[in-house]
Design a protein around this ligand. Sequence first.
Ligand SMILES: *[C@@H]1O[C@H](CO)[C@@H](O)[C@H](O)[C@H]1NC(C)=O
Length: 356
Amino acid sequence: MMRMAYRNMIYKIRWLLVAQFLLLVPLTTSKVPAIIAFGDSYSDAGNNNAIPTLLKSNFKPYGRHFPGGHPTGRFCDGRLPPDFISEAFGLKPTIPAYLDPAYTIPDFATGVCFASSGTGYDNATSDVFNVIPMWKELEYYKDYQNKLRAYLGNEKANEILSEALYLLSLGTNDFLINYYIFPTRRSQFTIQEYEDFLVGLSGNFIRDLYNLGARKISLTGVPPLGCLPLERLTNILQHHDCNEKYNNVALEFNGKLTNLVRRLNKELRGITIVFADSYHSIDQMITRPSLYGFEEVGVACCSTGTFEISYLCSEHNPLTCSDANKYVFWDAFHPTEKTNRIVVDHYIDSLLVSFR
Ligand SMILES: *[C@@H]1O[C@H](CO)[C@@H](O)[C@H](O)[C@H]1NC(C)=O
């Protein structure tokens, strides 16, 4: 009799598990209908092509590994992190730029990019290259919301807007293009105060997105700032090694963003924010390149690999490397497509678990 009861219990537990499985499966299949990207050149799919700035990359050799082999305005030989994230969520393999006239609202319904190369949290950063400041990325997003509602109707559009995954990735230019090059912010803030100022702006931006309906957010901090080839070039005292001062700023800033994520997850009802770390994976590629098949970590693929960005990275320069997959960096400020893919591989599981 005992054995019977035992078997019965096992049977019931099994049945419960099956029932739960059947109930849960429809709830856990992908619920992310669109990827919506904000930030700087680590996400910009070509918005800068449409604005009067010198900071562009819509010419060769940029994009030589992009589908079709054409330069799009991505500061890379191929795809960027938002493209890989979109693909991992079962959406399209590349995300179009909102200002690209080749696309319209039906294209943007499953993914759209508002990022602008050279921008930062700080308005003064976007002024340097006359690119799109974050408040204006948000204005474009509001415009997108209106168009999406006109196209799909309020109910369907609002569902997409609240279920979409929002990617936010920036900060590098605030430190390296603004704070450490121009004297204004340095005279107003110590570096720790400037980090706090930027973290405050990041929090404000996330609150703005939340008030506009966003509920799923991935926040990326900054990479090892001192290891970007341009920063190595100028690190003469330390024999062109990584600039440890800048790397420490990056770590400190990322730590503060992680705390911000923790706070906002408590403060904003119904929101889920994940901190997507790019620092440690890039750091590992730089310190242990052979694990990934890299052969060059200190200079970039594009021509001499030390200072070339944008127009200085020219198709006619015979020094540009032939195999970008051996390089962590594509130009003096930006990773190769291969690096981007590995960066996303490192945090994609946490995004899929949190947002699927
Ligand atoms: C940035 O500029 C916008 C538009 O002028 C303004 O609304 C916003 O308050 C500024 N942000 C900061 C932190 O100064």
